[in-house]
Design a protein around this ligand. Structure first.
Ligand SMILES: Nc1ncnc2c1ncn2[C@@H]1O[C@H](COP(=O)(O)OP(=O)(O)O)[C@@H](O)[C@H]1O
Ligand SMILES: [Mg+2]
Length: 277
């Protein structure tokens, strides 16, 4: 199913300063991502990559730029400052985060979650279409403007392309899922919800080569449909399948270097020591 965006979006992150438990983790990170671009953020363990992802989505545990010391922090999506908005409003504005370690929610099936979030994203009121068993009536029930049968077909189509067993869609999200299944379910959400910008936090970690290819295919599809992408990764591995437009090296809460895909290769060969000094 082809999904296209009407115009390219821009996400401008400027002077992102963030602390947790009184400890400053990010010291003024700035980054601009345009629709259809892939940015890779690489960095050693503990450099603040997951913090950046959480703060972008407005995780309430982080204090953002309390002292204004790096100037005004801004997170601007198509001209709108998301800085003081809660997570759900940021998501509705078009930001998406695939978690490094997604939590399980028993009793909320993957399909339920997709349906509720699709409805909220494309209708904005968060209301849930009633569950209808009758196939004739079901066709008239809309989810985010789509007949429910079409919505289910859309989800099923992406699930197949990710080589995901469709029985997973009826189970509690991430409840007992394998590492690879969790990552593919995160990707499935991105594909179905069609955000303007998607952040993938270590979506490649722990994947076998087939799952890695499936997830990379998902990223390529999103890129083609105009989604701006931030891939947070430790390894060059995924970047063989998805060539990034930019690579940023994050060390101790600062972007210390920005380059092309060649920079990722260099990191693979010689590590971060040149940047950690
Ligand atoms: N809840 C927390 N309390 C205290 N320190 C934290 C908390 N969460 C993260 N940190 C610290 O923030 C730093 C950055 O962590 P993180 O963003 O997860 O790094 P990365 O994803 O690059 O490995 C680490 O030093 C980590 O220990
Ligand atoms: Mg991390």
């Amino acid at each position: 199913m082809k999904q296209k965006s009407s115009k390219m979006s821009t996400l401008v992150i400027s002077h992102l300063v963030a602390s947790i438990e009184e400890k400053e983790i990010l010291h003024g990170v700035s980054l601009t991502v345009r629709g259809g671009e892939v940015h890779a953020i690489m960095g050693p363990n503990g450099s603040g990559k997951s913090t950046l992802a959480s703060v972008l989505l407005g995780h309430p545990a982080y204090a953002v730029n309390r002292n204004q010391k790096a100037g005004n922090t801004k997170i601007i999506l198509d001209g709108k400052n998301l800085f003081s908005l809660p997570t759900e409003k940021r998501a509705l504005a078009g930001l998406f985060l695939a978690f490094q370690s997604p939590i399980a929610i028993q009793g909320v099936t993957v399909m339920n979650l997709l349906r509720t979030s699709y409805q909220a994203r494309f209708h904005g009121d968060g209301s849930q279409a009633p569950s209808v068993q009758n196939p004739v009536l079901a066709r008239r029930t809309l989810v985010g403007g789509l007949p429910i049968a079409d919505f289910m077909a859309l989800v099923g189509d992406y699930a197949r392309r990710l080589n995901l067993d469709e029985s997973l869609l009826r189970r509690g999200i991430h409840d007992g899922f394998s590492g690879g299944e969790k990552k593919k379910i995160e990707m499935l959400q991105a594909l179905v919800l069609r955000p303007k910008f998607a952040v993938f936090d270590e979506i490649d970690t722990g994947l076998d080569v087939d799952a890695l290819k499936a997830v990379s295919m998902g990223i390529s599809l999103l890129r083609k449909s105009g989604v701006g992408i931030i891939i947070i990764t430790h390894y060059q591995r995924i970047l063989k399948y998805v060539k990034p437009d930019y690579v940023h090296i994050l060390v101790s809460g600062n972007v210390v270097k920005t380059g092309s895909a060649a920079l990722a290769k260099k990191i693979e060969d010689s590590g971060y020591k040149e940047f950690t000094g």
